[in-house]
Design a protein around this ligand. Structure first.
Ligand SMILES: [Zn+2]
Length: 94
């Protein structure tokens, strides 16, 4: 096994050293409700619009995956506040 590098601090992680894999998956949620603002929707027109977008861009709108390697210190920092919320934010439960 060759050395790896922490994705955050760039520290070298040697063979056998402790490290963490961070996998972040972001996917579009769907609550079953489709909001249509226009009175009439031209399905053909909408389909043509969608067809003109690059496929990768459409895929990224729906699902995106990130993979990182973290050293133990960066893992602790990440886990303490994954969304980088301001300290004392009620959503953090502090
Ligand atoms: Zn690190």
């Amino acid at each position: 096994m060759s050395s790896q590098v922490c994705s955050k601090c760039r520290r070298i992680i040697g063979p056998g050293d402790l490290y963490y894999s961070l996998l972040i998956k972001v996917s579009a949620g769907f609550d079953g409700v489709i909001n249509i603002k226009k009175d009439k929707i031209d399905l053909k027109e909408e389909f043509e619009k969608v067809k003109s977008y690059p496929e990768e861009l459409l895929n990224e709108e729906v699902f995106k995956e990130y993979k990182f390697t973290l050293c133990p210190r960066c893992k602790e920092i990440y886990c303490a506040n994954p969304l980088n919320l301001p300290l004392g934010d009620p959503a953090q439960g502090n």
